[in-house]
Design a protein around this ligand. Structure first.
Ligand code: TYD
Ligand code: MG
Length: 456
């Protein structure tokens, strides 16, 4: 019998960890039951040693900057996350849960670019051209320099790209693409890697910007975008609650910009709309004069975002007290409740507590601590905190309120939205100049902050 040239390898479908035997739990990402066997052809020895490209080293200061010109996508929120627009020849990955709006966003980008006389090729392995047309109808008019291709074979896609030479190409989604050179099924780790490798070569050799859509799945049925994060230039993740209408775009990696920026969108029936003032959006619907509701300011990258923290504390009816935290870290909430109990004498031991960040957004910045603590205290004591008060600060284990970064920016954002009082860490007072129209209440400990809300 001829010796088979393919060897068997087991891959973690979540993070791409490679192993020669099957394992129940991945040692790299600790996910369970994610290993799948794949056949990988053995590489010929020595093929990587020859220089076939003829590339030679060049002097760094002689490299021209021209190729780094950026193309705007026509969507400001996306441009900002990308670091100012699309860099020609870059490979960008947009990841997110199925149905979050990746295809919709990219179709809108394609539409804007096509209207700007760019040649755009939208390759879909998920939908037929009729289905894409139907979606496009909802979004608006499309100019004729936008081309559609329903194809999953990368060989055919490559030929089309080489012939058309588009400026921008979208691959929706990487998990449906396959290359004939790899034996395993589409969506497996080796296929996804191979496909990305081919797209990387196309992007760099033909100087075409390529967007790749990657689904994030929890059950590990298809390889997640994490296995190809290291190969692409930019990784953007689309997050949000599918039941809530807003969506947040975050950069997890960006070779051409900062990863601190976020873009906020709202899903409407005509596609995704930008939300230029997210604070206003997050605070819409805030109840007036209700106890247990405190507004805080979290910093998302360079952008301050006002959010409402809600708490409901009530007596436990039987057994162990229940605690839940939606939108923030459960353990952090437990820690803050312990601080309240020990340092401020609140009898929370036999109380249920439910904490929620309104709007379904996730906030893990420690600066929100003080607002969580005040919301719990406000609900426990059933006192309301004024509608025009915001609070931020990190809470330490001894009940101290610690300084946070960029306090002035946070206070200014609150001022812009009509807040008139800010409870801030006293350690931040030195950097805080008097800001017009806003009264600053410096607090050094949680106890002081609670005393302030009880008095006012
Ligand atoms: P889609 O872009 O298909 O998600 P993905 O490509 O990430 O899987 O988004 C589909 C969801 O968006 C779907 O639930 C319907 C909704 N949607 C709207 O609410 N309005 C619209 O105009 C469009 C096109 C989709
Ligand atoms: Mg889609």
């Amino acid at each position: 019998m001829a010796k088979s040239s393919a060897k068997s390898v087991f891959f973690c479908q979540n993070c791409g960890y490679e192993s020669s035997k099957w394992m129940g739990q991945c040692p790299s990402c600790h996910e369970w039951n994610t290993f799948v066997e794949e056949k990988v052809p053995e590489r010929k020895a020595g093929s990587a040693r020859r220089n076939t490209s003829g590339n030679r080293p060049v002097k760094l200061n002689e490299v021209s900057l021209e190729s780094a010109a950026r193309t705007t996508t026509g969507i400001k929120e996306l441009d900002r996350v990308l670091g100012g627009g699309i860099v020609q020849g870059s490979l960008m990955l947009i990841g997110g849960d199925p149905g979050i709006g990746k295809s919709t966003l990219l179709l809108q980008v394609c539409r804007n670019l096509a209207a700007n006389h760019k040649t755009v090729l939208y390759v879909s392995g998920e939908e037929s051209v009729q289905q894409i047309r139907m979606r496009a109808e909802r979004i608006g008019e499309i100019s004729d320099s936008m081309l559609l291709l329903a194809e999953t074979d990368l060989g055919a896609i490559r030929e089309n790209i080489e012939e058309i030479r588009p400026d921008i190409c979208v691959i929706d989604s990487i998990q449906t693409m396959f290359s004939g050179d790899v034996a395993s099924a589409p969506g497996s780790v080796s296929q996804v890697r191979e496909a990305t490798g081919i797209l990387l070569m196309i992007a760099k050799s033909l100087n075409i910007s390529i967007f790749i859509v990657g689904h994030v799945t929890k059950d590990g049925a298809v390889a997640g975008p994490r296995v190809l994060e290291h190969m692409v230039d930019t990784v953007l993740y689309f997050e949000g609650d599918r039941s809530a209408s807003y969506r947040i775009l975050r950069a997890a990696k960006n070779r051409f910009g900062s990863t601190n920026e976020i873009g906020v969108f709202e899903m409407r029936d005509t596609g995704l709309a930008e939300v230029p003032n997210p604070s206003e959006y997050m605070l819409s619907g805030k109840p007036e004069g209700a106890s247990g509701s405190v507004v805080s300011c979290s910093l998302e990258g360079t952008r301050p975002l006002l959010i409402e923290v809600q708490a409901l504390v009530c007596r436990t009816n039987f057994g162990l007290p229940r605690r839940t935290a939606a939108g923030t870290d459960y353990n952090r909430v437990n820690l803050l409740m312990a601080v309240l109990e020990r340092r401020c004498g609140l009898g929370l031991g036999n109380c249920d507590a439910y904490i929620n960040i309104a709007g379904g957004i996730r906030m893990n910045e420690p600066a929100v601590d003080l607002a969580i603590v005040l919301a719990i205290a406000s609900s426990y004591k059933d006192v309301t905190i004024g509608d025009k008060v915001i609070a931020f600060g990190e809470v330490g284990l001894s009940g101290e309120v610690r300084a946070v970064s960029r306090a002035e920016l946070r206070v200014r954002e609150a001022g812009k939205l009509g807040f008139d009082t800010a409870i801030v860490p006293s350690a931040n007072m030195r950097q805080l100049k008097q800001i017009e129209g806003i009264r600053l209440v410096p607090v050094a400990s949680v106890r002081e902050a609670i005393q302030y809300i009880l008095k006012s």
